[in-house]
Design a protein around this ligand. Structure first.
Ligand code: 2HA
Ligand code: ZN
Length: 270
């Protein structure tokens, strides 16, 4: 068996979590990330017949039967992951139609997966339905996106258009825009179902007064998606109280669509 801490996906996740903390997106135990893993990669690193514990999930997700996930632990701090990955991360296999998770590695000392596991797993199902290559769901608390949900209206088209106008490349990075949920109680199946529904039409879902969810095929892409939206929100928070003299026009957005071969969300541009 190879050492699981040398697995490329593990190394990349630990680097990404460390970077997310450094960006100020994950204070204390804030944020959570899940990554779907291939059985054929994992079997070189773990005895897949050896289940350490079985943990009930509290929901059903038949589509994820037998799927493997590397997931951050509940109550764990991103800043600590690099020093003790086996305490702060775990690898689980979903069984019994998603109702149970078999722990194969990690959560040492009695931990379990993030309290946002329902939102993660339901979002994986939703994104896999749109893009079979999707592997990552990422949640964090970036300051400017959060701030924006206090001062900007929460209409998805309006929120998306504002972000697109803040940096030229936003529409290229997230042409589907940003979906927005109102404030909801976190950690519940309800917010999980609502997030997954929003994930069917966009890879970014804002949780008002809380944070953001992003999804993508790898960690770089998903991190970059949130990073770009957060950058745009930062520009917005710098200029929102000032008179707007210039902007990126819809005509210019159409030029970007042509140049980059993308299409902004239907009905969002004039
Ligand atoms: O505590 O971010 O949404 C982790 C979270 C909950
Ligand atoms: Zn959160």
């Amino acid at each position: 068996m190879k050492n699981i801490l040398d697995m490329k996906e593990m190394v990349e996740l630990i680097r990404t979590l460390t970077n997310m903390y450094a960006h100020g997106w994950d204070e204390r135990n804030g944020g959570n990330v899940s990554m779907m893993l291939d059985e054929k990669t994992l079997k070189d690193y773990l005895d897949l017949g050896k289940v350490l514990r079985t943990i009930p999930t509290g929901f059903e997700a038949k589509e994820l039967e037998g799927k493997y996930f590397l997931v951050t632990g509940t109550g764990k701090y991103f800043k600590n992951v690099q020093y003790a990955p086996e305490e702060n991360l775990g690898i689980v296999r979903l069984v019994d139609g998603g109702k149970n998770a078999e722990l194969l590695w990690g959560y040492e000392g009695g931990g379990k997966f993030t309290s946002e596991f329902p939102a993660h797993m339901m979002s994986h199902v939703a994104r896999l339905g749109v893009d079979p290559e999707n592997r990552i769901v990422m949640h964090c608390h970036p300051s400017n996106l959060l701030a924006m949900t206090y001062v900007h209206d929460l209409d998805e088209k309006s929120f998306t258009r504002t972000l697109w106008q803040m940096c030229t490349e936003c529409i290229v990075v997230f042409p589907d825009g940003v979906n927005v949920l109102p404030w909801m109680l976190c950690g519940t199946n309800e917010i999980g179902e609502a997030t997954a529904e929003k994930m069917k039409t966009a890879r970014l879902v804002v949780w008002s007064q809380h944070g953001i969810y992003g999804a993508g095929k790898d960690l770089d892409e998903t991190f970059g998606l949130i990073e770009t939206a957060e950058k745009a929100a930062e520009i917005y928070m710098k200029i929102a109280h000032l008179p707007r003299v210039n902007t990126i026009t819809d005509d210019e957005m159409h030029q970007l669509e042509k140049r980059f071969g993308i299409k902004g969300r239907e009905g969002y541009l004039d």
